[in-house]
Design a protein around this ligand. Sequence first.
Ligand code: GAP
Length: 512
Amino acid sequence: MAKQEDIFKNVVSHAKEYGFIFPSSEVYDGLSAVYDYAQNGVELKKNIREYWWKSMVQMNENIVGLDAAILMHPTTWKASGHVDAFNDPLIDNKDSKKRYRADVLVEDYAEKLNQKAQKEIEKAKVRFGDAFNEEEFITTNARVVEYLAKKKEILARLAKGMSEDLQDVKALIEELEIADPETGSKNWTDVKQFNLMFGTKLGASAESAMDLYLRPETAQGIFVNFLNVQKSGRMKVPFGIAQTGKAFRNEIVARQFIFRMREFEQMEMQFFVRPGEEMQWYHHWKEARLKWHLSLGLGKDNYRFHDHEKLAHYANAAADIEFNFPFGFKELEGIHSRTDFDLKAHEQYSGRKLQYFDPELNENYVPYVVETSVGLDRMFLAVFATSLQEEVLEDGSTRTVLKLPAVLAPTKAAVLPLVKKDGLPEVAKKIIEDLKWDFNVAYDEKDAVGRRYRRADALGTPFCITVDHQTLEDQTVTIRHRDTMKQDRVAIGDLKSIIENEVSMKNWLMKM
Ligand code: GAP
């Protein structure tokens, strides 16, 4: 089995074993692509949300928050284009009866060509050493040129087929001899469009019930409230409205754990700007969002931008921040310059004006919008998977440690009495009583202290505080640091400031 797959399996099983994530309704064998956040997962998720909220809302005086309802008037989704265009192209395999996204089958094929080219480049790097010129090699090596040209040609044909001719997407799958990844069969149906919104009903009787949708993005709740917030908050363009909350998509292929779920959470911000100033703000938010990600210290090389060549109907620029997940670089966040498409569409469908009077220009206009949209669950996966490490220690033994950024760790400190007698548990509990006002802390007295350290490491707890017999004499404890395993003897009275220094959001966000 490939190493990447091993790592990913480890992530999923660690998340379950240590109370971070469980499959939804597991007693009934789970529900595909729906997950529950357990006692530690819910804390980590909350901390990521707060880290985003603080930097986005509290630190920007021209951005305010919103918590719009999940259920919205159904015309919202007509105006936004979701009823007509929020589709994925699906294809069924006639033999296996398995369903796939046609575009993903082709994209996976193209990615294999890319990987072949990368392999040639890596081999050449080793062969030529310092003399290697990668740019020249990519443009002159016959094999690499062929792989990359073929990849480009396939993706261009896919893009054209997706917008103009689904028959040609099927023809492409057949020409490339793409087989069902699970069974190898090449017996495919036609490609059909499939709307991703979940429908539901409002109202008691069948006659009067109204067809609704569960929102597929939180953004529309912001657009329809644009004027309410602007007027009641006396906001001046440029300003932003931020929101976190659940979104629902009936994904055709839901896999890769919490990467692609049917019920997930987004953290979105819509920034309203003067028409004509959107590109400057688009570049601003691209950089600002990357800086926010980098502040968590997961490694600069784990991020890259992917600028979209083919744009959605509402956008005049768009980019993804991709993250190096255990299964490769994939979208973590989207930054989109959405023009005035959404506000204009809501004006048209509602018959109400959604315009701003700009006192400096002395004119009314529909603002342009730059959006930042990151999946909270994807952030969780990025942080969790990168932090999970197996370390070989000096004595040859291994330890599993979850090196979460301390600011996000579910529990900031575990307080451990060395033994369960001689008054040590009482002192440990007194320490907990003091610290719990400021931090999420845990008490643990079960097993030998070494095993308790390992358990705290596996949960990502940055500090272990051990109470021993000396504590009774001089009011000092040992504090053990998760990442270095270094232990210091400190006064109980200093614990709060030591922990604060490493976990405070201020210190982490100052790195931006
Ligand atoms: N309002 C814009 C919007 O919704 P999107 O690219 O469709 O744009 C934004 O989604 C982010 O939401 C993605 O970058 C991803 O992090 C997250 N996301 C989208 N679909 C998801 C799914 N099925 N499961 C988990 N996260 C998802």
